[in-house]
Design a protein around this ligand. Structure first.
Ligand SMILES: CC(=O)N[C@H](C=O)[C@@H](O)[C@H](O)[C@H](O)COP(=O)(O)O
Length: 230
C-alpha cells in the first residue's frame, strides 16, 4: 500500500478532530493544542486537523495520527483565509503534513487568481502531496475533483457570502457529494452532536471533522449558558 492509500485507510470511517485556537481565542498556544490533540487521540480520534506550523509541530510531538494541516491567514482584499496562497502551501509542505487543506471556493484569492488558475501548477509541483478542497457548494467540490484534489470537504458551507445562513451541518450538500463524486467526501462544519456525526456517516461520508463541539470550550460554555438565559 503506498503512503497516500495508507493515510486514507487510517482515517476511513473514523473521527477527525480539529484542534484550533486563533490568536484572539483563549486557548491560543501550541502547547495547549498539542495537549488537546493528545486528549482527542485518547478519546478515539483517528486524525487531527490543525492550523499553523507552530501548532502542527507541537501536535506531532504528542500524537502519531494523520494530520490535515492548514494555515489561516487573512490578506487585505480577499475573503480567502484557509491556506490562501502558495506561501502557506510551501510552509505546510516543508513541515510535512499528511493532507494539506486549502480554500477551493470560487472566490478570488489574495494573488488575484481563482483556484482553477492556481491549482494545476500546485498539483504538478507537489506530486506526492495529498490535498483536501475546502468547499462551500456542490459546484466548487465538483471543480475541485476535476482539478485533481484528492478529497473534498464541506468546510466552508455557511461561510461564503453565497452560502451564509445555511443550516449546518449541510446535509443536502454532503448527500449530493457522496452520491456524485468518486473521491472521498469529508463532512466538516457545524457537527455539534454525536447524533449529527452518526447522521453524516449514515449518508456515506468517507470521514468527518469535528472541531468546536470538542475543542472550543468557550463556545461550548456559551451553548450551556445561553440555554438558561430567560
Ligand atoms: C470556517 C472555518 O474557518 N473553519 C475552520 C477550518 O479549519 C475551523 O475553524 C473549524 O473549526 C473546522 O472547520 C471544524 O468545524 P466546526 O468547528 O464547526 O466543527
Amino acid at each position: 500500500m503506498n503512503t497516500k492509500d495508507k493515510v486514507f485507510e487510517q482515517i476511513k470511517r473514523k473521527l477527525i478532530v480539529s484542534c484550533q485556537a486563533l490568536p484572539d481565542e483563549p486557548l491560543h498556544c501550541p502547547l495547549i493544542m498539542g495537549k488537546m490533540a493528545y486528549a482527542a487521540m485518547l478519546g478515539g480520534a483517528s486524525g487531527i486537523r490543525a492550523n499553523s506550523v507552530e501548532d502542527i509541530k507541537e501536535i506531532k510531538k504528542k500524537v502519531n495520527l494523520p494530520i490535515i494541516g492548514i494555515i489561516k491567514r487573512v490578506y487585505e482584499g480577499s475573503d480567502v483565509f484557509i491556506t490562501p496562497t502558495l506561501k502557506e502551501i510551501e510552509l505546510l509542505y516543508n513541515e510535512g503534513v499528511d493532507i494539506i487543506a486549502l480554500d477551493a471556493t470560487k472566490r478570488i484569492r489574495p494573488d488575484g487568481k481563482t483556484i482553477s488558475e492556481i491549482f494545476p501548477a500546485i498539483r504538478e509541483r507537489y506530486k506526492d502531496q495529498l490535498f483536501m478542497a475546502d468547499c462551500s457548494t456542490y459546484e466548487e467540490a465538483q471543480e475541485a475533483y476535476e482539478l485533481g484534489f484528492d478529497c473534498v470537504g464541506t468546510t466552508l458551507s455557511g461561510y461564503t457570502d453565497y452560502t451564509k445562513g445555511k443550516e449546518l451541518p449541510d446535509l443536502d450538500l454532503i448527500e449530493r457529494l457522496v452520491k456524485n463524486l468518486p473521491i472521498p467526501v469529508i463532512a466538516e462544519g457545524g457537527i455539534w452532536t454525536p447524533e449529527e456525526l452518526k447522521c453524516v456517516f449514515d449518508l456515506g461520508v468517507y470521514t468527518a471533522v469535528v472541531g468546536t463541539a470538542i475543542t472550543r470550550p468557550m463556545e461550548i460554555t456559551k451553548r450551556f449558558a445561553n440555554a438558561i438565559i430567560s
